[in-house]
Design a protein around this ligand. Sequence first.
Ligand code: AMP
Ligand code: TRP
Length: 335
Amino acid sequence: MGSGLASLVVTRVFSGIKPTGPVQLGNLLGALRTWVDDQHRADSTFCVVDLHALTVPQDPAVLRAATTELAQLLLAVGIDPTVSTLFVQSDVREHTELSWILECTAAFGELRRMTQFKDKSTDATFVSAGLFTYPALMAADILLYDTDEVPVGDDQRQHLELTRDLAERFNSRYGPTFVVPKATVPTVAARVMDLADPTRKMSKSEDSPQGTVLVLDDLDDVTRKIRRAVTDTDNEVRFDPSAKPGVSNLLAILSACTGDAPETLADRYTQYGPLKADTADAVVEYLRPIQQRYAEFAEDPSGTRSILLAGADKARALAEPKMHQVRSRLGLPTD
Ligand code: AMP
Ligand code: TRP
């Protein structure tokens, strides 16, 4: 609970995901799986962060459709809007307002050190200023809601450290205002690796279709991709991510789907073939009900929009008073 600003009994969880392409197995096992569990033990808010998608030019029709589809996928995965708050970032204007203030709280040098910025800006033909200030908007998302815990994959740790630093800096300059949040990263599958190149992270980008399992992939394709996963030649099943990235990735995926520890699973196999077959089956059975529920939600876009608008109302009820407090701390008008 840290700063003591949050309520004494309720833990608040917040997380977000960008509507920038099909959801892949890494998103599901590294983040969304935890969201679904968290909503039953904490006051949880989940956000489709459409403004974060704008760091690169977007086709408006594609972005609009992707936002709705991602919300439907979150519902299909098990986010329950009667238990948690599900909304679209741009529906709650306080996010952009607080983002500016946090841009003025962040140092140029600390934003420049963000590895995600370095990865995405190197070799890019156009680097928007928004790509650079992206972590300030992410910090705004989190800090508006007195968030204690942020369930994310391993790649977001650095952004969470920055969010903590910004909260602490603002609090010490202007008085206690923000809860200082922490990242909650799963113990297995926090970094699901590409099946065709297990030294790189699985991602939504389209340059490794055989290495990426999409949550809405045809289930036969899912089986094929996992059975063809790159491993190594020494034929020993052992959980050792640095020495055996391919085999360890399969064990981590199987572990996330079954709940058994990767080391325990490793003891059950002497060959790669059965490990791949069982991992493929486990992933297929994990995805099958999600795909079925997605098909149902996809038939009702106006129902989805109603859920998101109701979620935005609930989010705004927290964001508005927080922003009022921030404005007051800073000497901006509040009347
Ligand atoms: P994004 O799609 O970048 O908005 O990411 C949404 C969430 O999925 C974040 O919490 C990421 O950390 C997580 N995530 C993305 N890729 C992976 C991966 N390969 N393994 C584990 N978690 C991931
Ligand atoms: N930056 C995150 C990602 O790339 C997405 C995100 C935006 C987020 N705002 C957030 C995650 C707030 C957690 C909390 O995955």
